[in-house]
Ligand binder design. Structure first.
Ligand code: DAH
Length: 339
């Protein structure tokens, strides 16, 4: 009996040592310790053992069982640990790998220029307002002192939705909308998209942007206009920038002017940027026409004001030295990423 048990122990040990996984180990456990396993068979054959030897043999069977069980548990733990290690190795994430680059968008040169203009005027106490792109003929022309047969209407031909509703040709109608609603003092800028029936070329587009400005209060004079716009030019194009006002005509201002700045590239000497002029035109402006004030419900005897209109694309093209306006609308990220 002792030999049989010894043989079982040895065999069980060898098989357990070579078990490569937990399933295999379990099969071995069943084969030796299970209900029909070899050790159980031995116990069953106890009836053939002499009565006085039974306790001793029983003890030997139990010892063998204990030894096998103990070793089985050891090996089970070893295999489990190995499997876990293998799993961890297989699931390793290399945190030193460079992350996938996040491709984020980029502000459009128009937007950058607009925010810059807004920053300057907000700094001077202006409020930023908006008006509709689809506008009434009344606000776009009539209320700005451009009656039905006025030649200025030809210069600003646009897209009509009906006889009375059109795509605005300028941001100036926002002036009227603000004056109708708000009592002076008024200090606003109104950036936005405008439309004209123009052919596309390097300096024209049927859709572009303007920034309108309006100041109405008591005792506003041409000196306020000049001081404000000269300050704006310095903030926008550098502290050395000088301004020049050329008389002009706009139906909704009187007097009217166009403002030039000294070329920020050559400082006024003349270069390719300013086409040899030394000066660059950047906006239209003037003192708000009394008729316009009156039509908007503001008493021109009490209040006066100035207005100006800046071409946003023009500022962006100048500031970033872009020589073709079409580049602004193509949305080619290789172009846009440069600013
Ligand atoms: N609205 C004019 C245009 O589109 C620009 C302009 C000129 C606006 C003079 C003004 C102004 O407010 O005072 O050509």
């Amino acid at each position: 009996m002792k030999d049989i048990l010894e043989k079982i122990r040895k065999e069980a040990m060898e098989r357990m040592e070579s078990a490569e996984n937990l399933d295999r180990l379990n099969e071995i456990r069943v084969a030796y310790l299970g209900k029909k396993g070899e050790l159980t068979q031995v116990l069953k054959s106890m009836k053939d053992v002499a009565k006085e030897d039974r306790p001793k043999v029983g003890q030997m069977v139990n010892d063998t069982r204990a030894v096998i069980e103990e070793r089985l548990e050891d090996i089970r733990q070893q295999i489990a640990a190995k499997q876990r290690e293998a799993q961890l190795a297989a699931e390793t994430i290399d945190v030193t790998l460079p992350a996938k680059k996040m491709r984020v968008g980029h502000r459009h040169p128009n937007t950058i220029a607009q925010e810059e203009v807004e920053r300057v005027f907000v700094g001077m106490g202006y409020e930023v307002v908006e008006g509709p792109e689809v506008e009434l003929d009344y606000y776009n022309f009539e209320a700005l002192n451009i009656p039905a047969n006025h030649p200025a209407k030809d210069e600003q031909d646009t897209f009509y939705i009906t006889k009375d509703i059109l795509l605005r040709t300028q941001t100036s109608p926002v002036q009227v909308r603000v004056m109708e609603k708000q009592k002076p003092p008024i200090r606003i800028i109104a950036p936005g998209r405008v439309f004209r029936a123009d052919e596309v070329d390097a300096t024209h587009s049927p859709s572009f942007h303007q920034i309108e400005g309006l100041v109405i209060d008591k005792n506003i004079t041409l000196a306020d206009l000049k001081g404000t716009l000269a300050e704006f030019a310095k903030e926008m194009f550098g502290p050395e920038t000088k301004v020049k006002f050329r008389p002009h005509h706009f139906p909704f201002t009187e007097p009217s002017a166009e403002m030039d700045i000294t070329c920020f590239k050559c400082g006024g000497k003349g270069c390719r940027m300013c086409k040899g002029e030394g000066w660059i035109e950047i906006l239209g402006c003037g003192m708000v026409h009394p008729k316009v004030l009156k039509m908007s419900g503001i008493d021109p005897e009490v209040y006066s004001g100035f207005a100006f209109g800046i071409g946003l694309e023009r500022i962006a093209l100048l500031k970033y030295e872009i020589d073709d306006m079409r580049l602004l609308y193509e949305n080619d990220v290789r172009f846009l990423n440069q600013f």
